[in-house]
Design a binder for this molecule. Structure first.
Ligand SMILES: [Zn+2]
Length: 90
């Protein structure tokens, strides 16, 4: 039997997606917020689809903040936006 792929709900569109197709945003133990591109950072994670639209929805609805339990520093928001801009252009 094939292994079940772990599924997470997107905070933007609320659709379940395979974890490995999503962007994980982590609040680390020391309270930093960062993008976890490799899925290896330990901490409290939030998942969104790898689309800018879902990120902006999750941000606007405060779902991301609620899920992480901290506000997201603007430089982190910028770097996430850059991540999407880069992947859309490339
Ligand atoms: Zn989504």
């Amino acid at each position: 039997m094939a292994k079940a792929v772990p599924v997470r709900l997107c905070l933007g569109c609320h659709e379940p997606k395979a974890k490995n197709e999503m962007l994980r945003i982590v609040r680390t133990g020391d309270g930093n917020v960062l993008i976890d591109l490799k899925g290896k950072v330990s901490g409290r994670g939030a998942y969104i689809c790898k689309t800018k639209a879902c990120f902006e929805k999750a941000l606007k609805s405060k779902a991301l903040v609620r899920s992480l339990g901290v506000s997201i520093p603007s430089d982190v928001i910028d770097s996430i936006k850059q991540f999407f801009d880069g992947s859309e252009n490339g």
